[in-house]
Every structure is written in C-alpha cells, then in structure tokens.
Ligand binder design. Structure first.
Ligand SMILES: *[C@@H]1O[C@H](CO)[C@@H](O)[C@H](O)[C@H]1NC(C)=O
Ligand SMILES: *[C@@H]1O[C@H](CO)[C@@H](O)[C@H](O)[C@H]1NC(C)=O
Length: 175
C-alpha cells in the first residue's frame, strides 16, 4: 500500500511536470547578466577553434554583419529581431550539413541557443513586436543569394565572432 501511494505520487508529479512545463529549456525569468556575459565570452573563445575547421572566407567585398544590421540587432526594442536573427543564423548557417556535425561536436549550436534563451530575459524597455521591412536584414538575405554554395557558410562562420561581440556589447549595455 505504501508502495502504491508513493508510486501514485510519483506518477502525479510526473504528469504535473508534463502538463506544466515546456519540455525545452525552462527559461529563467530574470536577466542573468553575469552568466550571459561569461557564456558569450566562452563561445567567443570557442569560435577561434571552430573557424579553423573550415576553408577561409575569400570574399572580401561582401560583409554579412554590417554596421546597419548591428544597430538593428542592438536596439533595445528589437527583442524579436534579436531572437529571430539568432534562429536564422543557426538555421541558415550552423545547421547546414557541411557545418552541423562539427558545430555539434564543439557544442556551438547548443551554446548559442542557451545564450539566445537568456537574451530573451535581458531587456530594458518594451519590445516592439512589429519587425517587417527591416532593411538590413533584407539586404543580408540578398547577399546570401549572391554567393554560391558553401562559400556562404564559410563567410558566415568567419563573422561569428562579430555576432558574439554584438551580444556581449548588448549585455554590457544592460548595466
Ligand atoms: C577567453 O580567452 C581569453 C584570452 O585567451 C581569456 O583571458 C578568457 O579567460 C577566456 N574566457 C573564458 C570564459 O574562457
Ligand atoms: C581562397 O583562396 C585561396 C588562394 O587563392 C584558395 O586556395 C582557396 O581555395 C580559396 N578558398 C575558397 C573557399 O574559395
């Protein structure tokens, strides 16, 4: 009987867990600035090793992460843009077959997703929910279409440290 009761309570807890929690990462509700800074620095350090696993980017007249895109990415109200851009970066570059395996081995994608998740809770002002017609993003998509094959990936990887610098700078501005 005692066994049954404890089994029941375990089942109850399990079902409670299933029905109340997202099975993904349980997001922290507050901005963990220091952890976010440290994780970002860690991943920044890791990108140096990551870059070495791929051919060098030779296209010098095109830059994906432009100053205009940075301004849009850094704007306090652009929470959605930040979040969507990180998803876009992961999906469009890191999860592509020539990259994915190596990215997984170094836990690059996983680390970036944790950072993405923490970023959602670090904001100083209200988020602006409309995000259509962001010019810098449209321009990036046009550039991506101009480059053939895997060279798109090599360029994106070569600029990954810049993306992490933006995140670091954004978090610093939370002070
Ligand atoms: C990243 O690398 C720098 C320079 O090598 C080092 O000082 C720093 O402690 C490293 N950061 C982390 C979080 O590992
Ligand atoms: C970049 O240029 C070097 C030297 O011209 C060449 O050997 C290499 O294959 C090029 N890499 C890519 C990805 O095009």
């Amino acid at each position: 009987m005692k066994f049954c009761t404890s089994l029941l309570s375990v089942l109850y807890l399990v079902s409670l867990h299933i029905f109340t929690c997202d099975t993904r990462l349980i997001p922290q509700k507050t901005c963990q600035r220091l952890k976010l800074e440290k994780d970002t620095e860690n991943l920044y350090n890791k990108t140096a090793r990551f870059k070495e696993l791929f051919p060098k980017d030779n296209i010098t007249d095109i830059q994906f992460l432009t100053e205009e895109l940075k301004q849009d990415f850094m704007a306090q109200k652009n929470c959605n843009l930040r979040n969507n851009f990180l998803s876009f970066y992961i999906k469009t570059f890191l999860e592509k077959p020539p990259v994915q395996e190596k990215a997984k081995k170094l836990k690059i994608i996983q680390d970036l997703m944790v950072i993405q998740d923490m970023l959602l809770h670090c904001k100083k002002s209200h988020c602006d929910h409309k995000e259509t017609g962001i010019k810098s993003l449209t321009e990036l998509k046009i550039k991506i279409r101009q480059i053939n094959g895997n060279k798109v990936l090599w360029k994106a990887i070569s600029e990954m440290d810049t993306l992490l610098e933006w995140i670091y700078e954004y978090v610093e501005e939370m002070l």
